[in-house]
Design a protein around this ligand. Structure first.
Ligand code: ZN
Length: 142
């Protein structure tokens, strides 16, 4: 295991506007606030959702689209740096009108119905994502 130690800095609590793209809105927010590292959580509802599943063999994401309103039971993610810019990695768990759950890696194209988020900024050494040959993913350089 490898880890670095950080301390908590600012905490932001907010809403994301109806009709906006969830991932892009969160990314714009962390860039605007200069948040380089942090954790995020969100609950609410979406009008449609796009989630990804990472195919380990092919080393690429397969996206699936939910073209219907769904609850966001949980969105958990983190903020770190990729190519020197704040970057969000988040996973979303959704439920439909029968309470069935789906989820995956949050992708662009997920449209907000209502969203409440909390972002906790962390302070310490910069944490950059770097390409990892073994997985084909941009992972933390720890
Ligand atoms: Zn992911």
């Amino acid at each position: 295991m490898a880890a670095k130690e950080y301390t908590r800095k600012r905490t932001f609590v907010g809403r994301i506007p109806h009709g906006s793209d969830l991932l892009n809105s969160l990314t714009d927010f962390v860039k605007e606030k200069g948040i380089k590292l942090g954790r995020l959580q969100m609950i609410g509802a979406v009008q449609r959702a796009v989630a990804g599943f990472y195919d380990c063999e092919a080393q690429k994401y397969e996206n699936f689209v939910f073209e219907k309103p769904m609850e966001v039971l949980s969105l958990v993610g983190n903020v770190s740096l990729k190519d020197g810019q704040p970057f969000i990695h988040a996973h979303i768990t959704l439920s439909d009108e029968k309470g069935q759950s789906f989820g995956g890696h949050l992708m662009e194209g997920t449209i907000v119905f209502a969203a409440e988020f909390i972002i906790e900024e962390l302070e310490g050494e910069n944490l950059e994502r770097e390409f990892d040959k073994t997985t084909g993913l941009a992972l933390w350089d720890i």
